[in-house]
Structures are given as structure tokens and as C-alpha cells.
Ligand binder design. Structure first.
Ligand code: AMP
Ligand code: ZN
Ligand code: FE
Ligand code: FE
Length: 290
């Protein structure tokens, strides 16, 4: 069945997407997907609803999440955990800590926005969000609802993007901490969209992969909405070299990223079904649940 469409990177309102988990499943069925992973940022809260909604629909559901790490050369990088189990005490504590850091950071960005003459309270931001993983996309939407900006892009450019006047960086764990947290949980650990927003040279990615593999990385997300053909080729080549598996997904966020559709990204993305079989085989070989 070469026509099977899969998507191993999606978001819902549990983080910064706009679908409820049940709506994500509805949309995945409409898009004709055979498998979908929900990988919300910093929370597992959407998984139960999505898993339940997927039951009996002929759609395979994979429990996932997305965590950010900090590398001194690149800044923020992202990991996906696929086949996330019910969280261990350690994982629960780690997620609670990440969410607490987000809260403090959001408070600081709100404070800076007020100083810049844009009166705003944290409740305005929380009113936009559906879950605990609240961040800049929600602040941007709150600014838009207040009429301070016309578009989300303007909010990032003027205020909360990297160069914005109210930007506060996140406090993130190291690659070793983030990768081992997910690996020790028994998840399949994926380095997400290495070429998103950066011109990643082969040499540099090569060195990163050597380190990350040593920490417990399983796979590289070669297929992604923001990866052009050249980035895909680079990822496939280096994954092979480092004995890493491949993964792929659209990074669907609903209306937060209007141009990105389930299964096809901006239109041209196709994630080979075989890579999911290979990820599963690897888990079976390692005695992990699938
Ligand atoms: P946070 O995790 O709170 O730092 O927010 C990061 C999210 O903001 C990313 O996942 C993007 O989806 C979104 N984002 C970052 N920069 C921009 C931008 N310039 N325009 C729109 N969304 C952005
Ligand atoms: Zn997101
Ligand atoms: Fe990401
Ligand atoms: Fe994502």
C-alpha cells in the first residue's frame, strides 16, 4: 500500500495549535491519513482525548510530544518523543517544571509589554490558550485581540520575536538532558526539523548528530513542511551515516500555521509509510511497546 499517508508531527490546543484533540483526529480522517502522531509542546494532556477519538476509525494513533533544548551554537532545537508512555514521576516533574518556567517567562513578557505601553494581563494570554503549554503564539493572539497589532506576524516582528522589544528567551535543558529524559522514558527520540529557520551545513549537522546519538537519539525528522528537497537529502544522507532512522511530519498547528496541512505540509511533503514500519521494528527489537 504505497499510498498510505502518515504524519508524525502535529499540534492541538493542548499547546499552540487550534484544533481540539478530537478535531485533529477528525481532520486526519478527512485528510485520509492512516497514522498520525500528536506531538504537542511540553504536555501530554491532549493524548487521551485524541487516542479515544481515533479508536474505531481505522486511523493509527501514536502518542508523542515535542520538547525544546538549548545548544550554545544554535540556540533552541526541538526533539520529538514518539510512543510516549503514561508519564513516569520523573516525566511529570519535568513537564511541571517546564510549564512553571513558561509561566514565569510569560509573566516577564507581559510585564515588558505593559512597560512598552501595551496594557495586558496574564489572564488575557491564558484566555487564548487551551492548555498548560502557553507561550508566544498565545501572547501574539492576545495582542491581536486587544488591537495592538493587526497580525500575528506583526506581534512577533515588533514585540516578541527574537529581536522584539519584549522578547524573553526560554530557560531550556541541554541536549543531553532532553534526549536522555525522553529515551529513559522509553520513547523513540527524534531530532525535529534540523533545517527549520537555519542554513544547516552538513558538517555542523554531522557533529550534532554524533553527539545526540550518544545521548540516545533514535531518528532524524527528514520530512517536514519547512524542509526543501536539499534539506531532505542532507538529513537522509546523514541519518544513514550515523545509523539513525528517519521520521517526518507536517508540524500542523491548525489556524496558527495556515499554510500547513496534515500529511502534505505546504503541499509537497510526503512521508514514506515505510519509515513508520522501520521505527516500529526498531522498538520491537529493543523490547519497547508499540
Ligand atoms: P515559544 O515556545 O513560546 O517560544 O513560542 C514559539 C512558537 O512561536 C514557535 O513554535 C512558532 O510556532 C511561533 N513563532 C515563532 N516565531 C514566529 C513568527 N515570527 N511568526 C509567527 N509565529 C512564530
Ligand atoms: Zn508550536
Ligand atoms: Fe518544533
Ligand atoms: Fe512542532
Amino acid at each position: 500500500m504505497g499510498g498510505r499517508i502518515i504524519d508524525l508531527h502535529t499540534h492541538t490546543m493542548a499547546s499552540d495549535g487550534t484544533d481540539t484533540p478530537a478535531q485533529l483526529i477528525e481532520h486526519a480522517v478527512e485528510a485520509g491519513l492512516s497514522s498520525v502522531a500528536l506531538t504537542d509542546h511540553d504536555t501530554l494532556d491532549g493524548l487521551a482525548e485524541a487516542e479515544e477519538a481515533a479508536g474505531g476509525k481505522g486511523l493509527e494513533f501514536i502518542r508523542g510530544c515535542e520538547l525544546a533544548i538549548y545548544d550554545p551554537t544554535f540556540g533552541e532545537l526541538h526533539l520529538l518523543g514518539l510512543w510516549m508512555p503514561q508519564p513516569s514521576q520523573r516525566m511529570k516533574a519535568a513537564l511541571a517544571d517546564i510549564q512553571a518556567r513558561r509561566l514565569r517567562r510569560n509573566q516577564e513578557m507581559v510585564r515588558r509589554l505593559c512597560e512598552l505601553g501595551l496594557p495586558l494581563v496574564l489572564e488575557d494570554v491564558q484566555a487564548v490558550a487551551g492548555g498548560k503549554a502557553i507561550g508566544r503564539p498565545h501572547i501574539a493572539e492576545a495582542l491581536r485581540r486587544k488591537g495592538y497589532v493587526t497580525t500575528i506576524m506583526e506581534a512577533f516582528e515588533r514585540y516578541i520575536g527574537r529581536a522584539g522589544a519584549a522578547f524573553v528567551p526560554r530557560e531550556l535543558s541541554s541536549p543531553r538532558e532532553g534526549i536522555s529524559l525522553l529515551a529513559e522514558e522509553g520513547a523513540t527520540v527524534v531530532f525535529a526539523h534540523p533545517c527549520l529557520d537555519r542554513d544547516m551545513s552538513g558538517e555542523v549537522l554531522n557533529d550534532l548528530l554524533a553527539d545526540f546519538r550518544g545521548f540516545g537519539l533514535t531518528a532524524l525528522e527528514a520530512y517536514h513542511s519547512a524542509h526543501d528537497a536539499k534539506s531532505v537529502r542532507l538529513c537522509v544522507r546523514l541519518a544513514k551515516k550515523h545509523n539513525l532512522l528517519l521520521s517526518g511530519g507536517s508540524d500542523y498547528h491548525g489556524r496558527t500555521k495556515p499554510g500547513v496541512r496534515l500529511g502534505v505540509g505546504k503541499g509537497g511533503m510526503r512521508v514514506p509509510y515505510q519509515l513508520l514500519e522501520t521505527l516500529r521494528d526498531d522498538r520491537r527489537r529493543r523490547g519497547l511497546w508499540v
